[in-house]
Design a protein around this ligand. Structure first.
Ligand code: ATP
Ligand code: MG
Length: 577
């Protein structure tokens, strides 16, 4: 991780951190700059983002998207969206649509929209050429046998007994594979490279397998499908991709990527690898995310606890925050793990600038101001966003009975507690100074109502005699409040590295049982009654929240996007030791 960036956030007031410059340099950018200097691709920059449509995109993909699109944009280049749909068994149109939506939401527009399956005919012709050139052969070994013959990192592989069958025989068998004469798994087409290569990917890799399966685009036209390694580089080449960025696990595949391109004598796209994004407390694997959805561990792909683009969008994260985050983590050649807190920092930083402030009480405690006239209502002026003067002001109703947070009152204040307590004066934000006088308790001894007095001379929150109060708390007028459901999210996993599991356990055992808390009856200021779907607010002193699609007319549902930094929780923790 780039050490110049803070690991933890500075709270909601941290606007002083400048947003990262749009293009901090990195080694991939340097490669492109070099290629432009030497005119390697006649000044062109062409990239692609190649998702496999077998799941929803996640924040890791956002990193790849920002690189692919961002670098091309910077150099006046082009970026294609290409679906890597070579495996008919796991791929679905639903995923294709969600991926398009997510890329657009992140703020990018593709130039060409392609599918690896667009190239199945061309890939087939090229396979024929490789057979004719003696560079590929049909093998009758089973998948299991191929694995055995492959050898290990320390032992060379063994030639398949079919490796030297004639070109004519391979051609004939390959055509019949295509015609559907053979069952799944009975034969493969393999590249003839080197069974003793120290790189296992070069030990006669499989190019085609037989799969009698319907494809989401080509239907039943094919019953042989190309492997990723045989399809990817050639697809890049067909699209004249100059810089084909992918994650580090493909580094050992690069010699094979180049081998196919060289044997075929086609446009030499260049593969460049970078580190995968890993985030603490987060799993970034489509397979695992699918499992969470299938087993109902979450409420779907767009559950706000999911690291999917759909999930973080619903949670209230902004595309700007994600792009700034990705720009700031940079790229490297070693895989590490980024603090989730850092992503949250960028979310706060962005929302701080744009989110209107409102008052909402999540766990209401009623207060009654005994000396405030009954039935009187005052409209208090409240600032919409201290970070943005143009956001203006709004009126908030003040009356004799209000709600404050249960946390903001203690009968007997612990040390360093500056909020309301018996005999203590505090400021009601945009309201008056009040002093707690007495409490009403239920049969369990819990405080259910606090009686206070107010000083009428302190309207707006300041005392004319200049006396100071240490605490300022938020509130809503009981008679005017809007009821809302508020969903509070914590990390989905309780382990920093969720994939770290004890023997006999599963990553799902690391799920945080408290990742979702539903507050059924929060009290909001009335301006939120009809807040638009997806709109984002700062609930003063609590965090950033956004309107969830589950909201109904007059019945808003809010998601907590991210909390504000809670200094009190830290003090309390320290005190408890
Ligand atoms: P997953 O592991 O989640 O299944 P994948 O690599 O199989 O991901 P693809 O659809 O093949 O998913 O990925 C599309 C592109 O996104 C690839 O270029 C891949 O390298 C990149 N990508 C996937 N995960 C990450 C990640 N965590 N960080 C950065 N890039 C990623
Ligand atoms: Mg993949």
């Amino acid at each position: 991780m780039n050490p110049s960036h803070p690991k933890t956030e500075d709270g909601e007031k941290a606007v002083s951190t400048p947003p990262p410059s749009p293009a901090p340099s990195n080694f991939i950018r340097d490669i492109i700059l070099d290629d432009l200097k030497t005119n390697k691709y006649a000044g062109r920059v062409q990239t692609r983002f190649p998702p496999e449509p077998n799941g929803y995109l996640h924040i890791g993909h956002a990193k790849a998207i920002c690189l692919d699109f961002g670098l091309a944009d910077e150099f006046g280049g082009h970026t294609n969206l290409r679906f890597d749909d070579t495996n008919p068994q796991k791929e679905e149109t639903e995923y294709v649509e969600s991926i398009k939506e997510d890329v657009k939401w992140l703020g990018y527009r593709w130039d060409g929209l392609f599918y690896a399956s667009d190239y199945f005919d061309q890939l087939y012709e090229w396979a024929i050429k490789l057979i004719k050139d003696g560079k590929a052969y049909v093998d009758d070994l089973s998948a299991e046998e191929i694995r055995k013959y492959r050898g290990t990192l320390t032992e060379p592989g063994k030639d398949s007994p079919y490796r030297n069958r004639s070109v004519e025989e391979s051609l004939n068998l390959f055509e019949r594979m295509r015609a559907g004469e053979f069952p799944d798994g009975s034969r493969t087409l393999r590249a003839k490279i080197d069974m003793a290569s120290p790189n296992l990917n070069l030990r006669d890799p499989v190019m085609y397998r037989i799969l009698h399966a319907e494809h989401h685009r080509t239907g039943n036209k094919w019953c042989i499908y190309p492997m990723y390694d045989y399809a990817h580089g050639q697809s890049d080449s067909i699209e004249k991709v100059t810089h084909s960025m992918c994650t580090l696990e493909f580094e050992d595949h690069r010699p094979l990527y180049n081998w196919f391109i060289q044997q075929l004598g086609i446009f030499p796209s260049q593969q460049v690898e970078f580190d995968r994004l890993n985030l603490t407390y987060t799993l970034l694997s489509k397979r695992k995310l699918l499992q969470l959805v299938k087993e109902d561990r979450v409420r779907g792909w767009d559950d706000p606890r999911m690291p999917t683009i759909g999930g973080i969008r619903r949670r209230g994260y902004t595309p700007e925050a994600i792009r700034n985050f990705v720009a700031s983590i940079g790229v490297s050649k070693t895989t590490g793990s980024i603090e989730l807190a850092m992503l949250e920092h960028f979310v706060r930083e962005d929302l701080n600038k744009r989110a209107p402030r409102v008052m909402a009480v999540l766990r209401p405690l009623k207060i009654v101001i005994d000396n405030y006239p009954e039935n009187q209502v005052e409209e208090m002026d409240a600032v919409n966003n201290p970070e943005d003067e143009s956001a203006g002001k709004r009126k908030v109703a003040f009356s004799r009975e209000l709600y404050i947070e249960q946390d903001d009152f203690r009968e007997v204040p612990p040390p360093k507690y500056f909020r309301l307590s018996l005999g203590r004066e505090v400021r009601l934000r945009y309201g008056y100074l009040i002093t707690a006088k007495s409490v009403v308790k239920n049969e369990r001894g819990e405080v259910i109502e606090v009686h206070c007095s107010y000083d009428p001379a302190t309207r707006g929150g300041n005392a004319p005699d200049g006396r100071k109060v240490k605490g300022t708390i938020h509130w809503v007028s009981a008679a005017h409040a809007v009821d809302a459901e508020v969903r509070i999210y914590e990390n989905l996993f309780s382990k920093e590295d969720p994939s770290e599991v004890e023997e006999g356990k599963d990553v799902l055992d690391n799920l945080n049982p408290n990742s979702l808390e539903v507050i059924a009856k929060a009290k909001l200021e009335p301006s939120l009654a009809n807040a638009a779907l997806g709109s984002r607010y700062q609930f003063e002193r609590l965090g950033y929240f956004c309107v969830d699609p589950d909201s109904g007319p007059g019945k808003p549902v809010f998601n907590r996007t991210v909390a504000l930094k809670d200094t009190w929780a830290k003090v309390e923790k320290k005190q408890k030791g």
